[in-house]
Design a protein around this ligand. Structure first.
Ligand code: URA
Ligand code: SF4
Length: 226
């Protein structure tokens, strides 16, 4: 309690207040576990920090962890992650050489009555802004050759709120972060109506195949022909 008897503020307004001195990926991960930069830490199970090799060639940035990621503490381990894995496999990108993270590191949800199932809720621009210091540090340390923004939240976090994925998907955009390619979020492919899903999946995979052409042969091998 503060001297006025009010509960302590639940959030400081920015993850920048929690950055460790002389950051490394393990130090960032440890510090992010205690982040209270925005109110999302209150109801989520845990911080879901990025994962992958510290010298990855490519970094995938999603929106925020989903229900399964929140429980597991790892990004892209649920249905969207499985579709991403399938797309990487088809593009010939070795997932072990990929760093995977999210624009926002805590799961935001609403509980649906009567099952209490936790439904994804889109983070606000203020929450995305508050969390950005983690992503900024991840990019600065990993120094990927190319960053792939999955969906509008990640794309706009990196390229500004005027950026439209629908108009510029698959194109390499040179930015202050380096080379960024935006595509749709794999969840949007999974949510597409049945008659549009195959096409959405094909287009998503085509964008990933384009990313593969920008990578070195060690991380992008030719898809096998058998
Ligand atoms: N969707 C995301 O954007 N990120 C995850 O980690 C999982 C689902
Ligand atoms: Fe911190 Fe990001 Fe979690 Fe908000 S969502 S508490 S800024 S780690």
């Amino acid at each position: 309690m503060s001297p006025g008897g009010q509960p302590a503020a639940p959030a400081t307004g920015s993850a920048a207040d929690f950055l460790p001195p002389r950051p490394t990926l393990p130090r960032l991960r440890a510090a992010a576990a205690h982040c209270r930069g925005c109110p999302l830490w209150l109801h989520a199970t845990q911080t879901v920090f990025g994962e992958g090799p510290g010298a990855a060639d490519v970094m995938f940035v999603g929106e925020q962890p989903g229900d399964q990621e929140d429980r597991a503490g790892q990004p892209f381990v649920g249905p969207a992650g499985r579709l991403l894995d399938a797309g990487l496999e088809e593009a010939g990108i070795d997932r072990r050489r990929v760093y995977v993270t999210n624009a926002v590191k805590h799961f935001k949800f609403v509980r649906r009555e009567p099952t209490q199932r936790r439904l994804h809720k889109k983070p606000t621009p203020a929450e995305v802004r508050a969390c950005l210091p983690w992503l900024e540090q991840e990019i600065a340390l990993v120094k990927p050759r190319i960053i792939v923004a999955l969906g509008a939240t990640a794309a706009q976090a990196l390229l500004g709120n005027a950026f439209r994925v629908t108009q510029r998907r698959g194109q390499v955009v040179e930015s202050s972060w380096g080379s960024v390619v935006a595509t749709v979020h794999p969840s949007s492919v999974l949510r597409a109506p049945a008659d549009a899903r195959a096409k959405a999946r094909r287009e998503f995979f085509r964008d990933l195949a384009r990313v593969a052409t920008r990578l070195t042969p060690t991380s992008a091998r030719a898809p096998s022909t058998n």
